[in-house]
Design a protein around this ligand. Structure first.
Ligand SMILES: *[C@@H]1O[C@H](CO)[C@@H](O)[C@H](O)[C@H]1NC(C)=O
Ligand SMILES: *[C@@H]1O[C@H](CO)[C@@H](O)[C@H](O)[C@H]1NC(C)=O
Ligand SMILES: [Cu+2]
Length: 176
């Protein structure tokens, strides 16, 4: 009985620490393009699909000021690379921070002539803060192919947490 109680307390502590760690990890800074930064010749579609973005995260665009810029745009503009409409925000400091303050889709292009067509464009889906943790991620260009994967993963992760919590709870009850 006694050793069960100790095990129960240890597991509970580990479980709580895991929850805390998960919370702590929530606000992440992502350098767009990783070490390569925001530049021509990189594949930002691939980059955007490497991560799961959540509310509170920050995107950092690093580039030589004047060589590029960062335009947050509507989806049509991302697809067409036609900057005559659909630009909602412009950043051009060379070290731009974009706070992902709410859930939803964000689309970015570089508005220097030819750069968007050359691949300086990507979209991300930002998961709203939810009890399950949630999970966003990069968007594939054709909208028909979106969905499924990321959502399934988020649900899966939530379920593991529940099962673990219930198992520890059961063990705690048994030991009294
Ligand atoms: C983004 O958030 C940071 C703090 O997390 C703040 O210092 C910065 O001013 C914000 N940037 C914008 C563009 O809102
Ligand atoms: C985007 O680029 C075009 C073509 O160079 C330019 O006319 C336009 O002013 C730029 N838009 C913004 C918002 O910088
Ligand atoms: Cu550019």
């Amino acid at each position: 009985m006694d050793s069960n109680l100790t095990l129960c307390h240890t597991l509970s502590a580990i479980f709580l620490l895991c929850l805390l760690a998960q919370r702590h990890v929530q606000a992440t800074e992502y350098m767009v393009g990783d070490d390569l930064g925001w530049d021509t010749g990189n594949n930002y579609l691939l980059w955007s699909q490497k991560y799961k973005f959540s509310v509170g995260d920050v995107l950092v665009f690093k580039y030589e000021e004047g060589q590029h810029d960062v335009c947050q745009v509507r989806e049509e503009t991302y697809r067409s690379c036609d900057p005559t409409s659909g630009i909602t925000k412009i950043y051009n400091s060379g070290n731009d921070q974009v706070n992902l303050t709410e859930g939803g889709k964000y689309w970015f292009i570089c508005n220097i002539t030819g750069h968007c067509q050359g691949g300086m464009k990507f979209g991300i889906s930002v998961a709203s803060a939810s009890p399950n943790g949630g999970g966003g991620g990069g968007l594939a260009p054709p909208p028909e192919e979106q969905g499924g994967g990321a959502a399934g993963e988020a649900v899966g992760r939530g379920r593991v947490g529940w099962v673990l919590g219930l198992a520890i709870g059961g063990l705690c009850l048994l030991s009294y």
